[in-house]
Design a protein around this ligand. Structure first.
Ligand code: ATP
Length: 229
């Protein structure tokens, strides 16, 4: 149970930043970003390659620690209890467990949460919803890049997270498949009132989100300056 106030932000970041060490120099990948995310919001982050989108998403997911500033999850709870469960993260790079088949990969977050019952029917239904039910018994090595991305997304959603973070979810899909995936994802988020934040280079996909944020050389600009105050 989450005892947070119903309108508490899921993520609340104040001047949060991330510095990486490059040789003997420091590189600021995220520069003092201030933002909040609320239930039901859909947000696109756009920006050139290397502008810091993934770094920002990793901070928002609690996967990485900020170098400065603060980030909290008032509507979700402490950082160490965000995943799997409250936040579902779909990574840009291949993240499926190679020795598990598709349905086992999708069931994994539920197993990590201690669900003892057989969750394969639930996993297969979810795969069906994203049009990839026929892949259930395949191993990750047998999947195309686009199929693996869709499986990763279904795995990110299986715990019914309150916040879905997707790093270029359509990066390896053709336009029609990408659009179908966004249809399914938006309808899922609307049903569960989950917030969605995704990084994308596709402006048509970005336009389908309620909010568009931009990263430029590590600097985040929100679509609505009032949302930062
Ligand atoms: N672990 C790391 N160590 C050092 N530098 C890193 C690390 N992760 C990211 N960077 C650097 O931080 C910058 C931002 O990277 P990031 O992956 O966040 O960009 P991006 O906007 O997501 O790019 P893309 O659209 O290509 O995925 C890049 O210059 C990258 O080289």
């Amino acid at each position: 149970m989450n005892s947070a106030a119903p309108h508490a932000p899921l993520v609340d970041a104040a001047a949060v930043g991330r510095i990486f060490r490059r040789g003997s120099a420091d590189f600021v990948a995220v520069k003092a970003a201030t933002f909040q995310m609320f239930a039901g919001e859909t947000i696109a982050i756009i920006g050139r390659s290397g502008s810091g989108k993934s770094s920002l998403l990793h901070l928002a997911a609690g996967l990485d620690l900020p170098s400065f500033g603060s980030i909290d999850w008032p509507g979700l709870g402490p950082r160490e209890r965000l995943r799997p469960g409250k936040i579902g993260m779909m990574f840009q790079s291949q993240s499926l467990v190679p020795s598990l088949d598709v349905v086992e990969n999708v069931m994994l977050p539920l197993a990590l949460l201690g669900v003892q019952s057989d969750t394969s029917d639930q996993a297969i239904r979810s795969l069906g919803r994203f049009g990839i039910k026929d892949l259930v018994r395949k191993l990750p090595e047998e999947l195309s890049g686009g199929q693996a991305q869709r499986v990763s997304l279904v795995r990110a959603l299986i715990t019914r997270p309150q916040l879905v973070i997707a790093d270029e979810p359509t990066g390896q899909l053709d336009r029609a498949s990408g659009s179908a995936l966004i249809d399914a994802l938006l309808s899922w988020c609307s049903e569960t009132n989950a917030a969605l934040i995704l990084a994308t280079h596709d402006l048509e996909i970005a336009a389908r989100m309620k909010r568009q944020w931009r990263m430029d050389h590590g600097a985040l600009t929100l679509d609505n300056a009032a949302a930062t105050t």
